[in-house]
Design a protein around this ligand. Sequence first.
Ligand code: FAD
Length: 495
Amino acid sequence: MRSDFKPRRIVVAGGGTAGWMAAAAIAHTMGDAIDLTLVESDAIGTVGVGEATIPPLVLFNRLIGISEADFMRETQATFKLGIEFENWKRDGEKYFHSFGNTGRDHWSAGFQHFWAEGRERGHTVSYDEYCLELVAAYAKKFAHLPENGLNYAYHLNATAYAAYLRRIAEQAGAKRVEGKIGKVDIDGETGNIAAIGLEDGTRLEGDLFVDCTGFRALLIEGALHVGYDDWSHYLPCDSAIAVQTELAGPPVPYTRAIAHDAGWQWRIPLQHRGGNGIVYCSRYLSQDAAHDRLMSTLDGKPISEPRAIPFTTGARRKQWHRNCIAIGLSSGFLEPLESTSIHLIQRAVIRLLRMMPAGDVSERDIAEFNDQQLTDMIQVRDFLILHYKATERRDSPFWRQCATMDIPDSLTQKIELFRETGRVFRKNEELFVENSWIQVMLGQGIMPRAFHPVAKKMTDEELAHFLQTLREKVARTVANLPDHHAYVAQYCGAK
Ligand code: FAD
């Protein structure tokens, strides 16, 4: 390090998944070019949920030097190939949103156009059967294939993941302080946070503060009062109850999201236990009724006390304000329907690293960060709204409200474009790619009225050969994959 360089002092407030992801990535990347302290309170603890992830976490772990097998052993992780949505379109029907691509696109038109042309010419094979991840998930199979052959994520124990990240952060030089934050000192001249005061009298001064205090948002809201945009008019669920269970059978490589008359339930299989929870709208379901529904529909025996977690869907108006950056639940909340929260933490941490101030914080960095963060959250929000809006359910006041609610214009454009033309376009590097939108729109019952004419130029033989070759390749690959459960056990030495 340059002899005249004074490392900037970064204080991370909070040691949940967000705090330790931030600390591990910053310490691993910046080394002694920064002086990093994380404060967390054992008495307060963490939110204790957040077990289903999406594929970019594989990259995050690689970036901070994690050995996958080691990580999976420590966090009792399983592989995840997508999410099964039950009862969303109609009670009793289901579809699958996989992490894979379906079929093979032509540069002028996505695979769905060729599949639809096939349907018109009498091919009855479902869109699903052309997707390797989807077919592998239902066959309960998994392996690492060459050239990223299967796109996957993990189900993990969030508490164990935070502990694992803590070791990485501390090995890379991060200091941990245990204690309860009692006050936040603001510099009267600049309006910046000058220090965090703990209840035991310890004062932690810093140049940059990362607020990872969860829903409490002690710094960004408690001290800096940036405000919150409430999005519950689009996503009316406002409560959850979580409980862990014994496994009822070998863990499957996918999450289950099962809709009920006022929300939905999740099932997340780890190596040794299941994560379960119910998400609901308190206007239509009481906490007692939600608790009873959750407990009476569990697959395995409960092994933890059920935990109620109220929430308000929305986003902090500024996620970076002055010298404070909110990451994790302190920055806003979107229900875990598409397992996106840990991913949004990852995006914010990487973004912060890319915009790490060299000296004073730049207002341009702040504006850029806030714009990019909000764009990410709005894109995820709109994808979630799709699941509620595009429903044929009218069996309860909750679903009738969802079906008739106003939605953002950009989402209306996406849905109606698909309905009229079969086309989907990914905008501004949004997280969910075309195939995600197509799987969910088809699954929710939106069948396009027209498709791209390019597929019409294929002869019957060409089209049949094209479709059959793709489907056979998927079937052949899956037939040769090992069982997911056995693979996990062998890969990370799970018992
Ligand atoms: P927390 O875990 O709440 O951590 C806050 C930290 O701040 C703790 O260390 C706490 O001790 C500390 N703290 C708070 N106040 C003080 C104080 N006064 N002094 C000192 N320290 C303090 N995400 C996914 O990606 N996938 C999922 O499947 C998923 N499921 C979810 C289900 C539910 C019901 C909910 C509510 C969330 C879910 N999430 C999911 C989101 C995920 O749980 C969070 O994004 C993730 O756990 C990060 O939380 P956090 O670190 O921001 O907050």
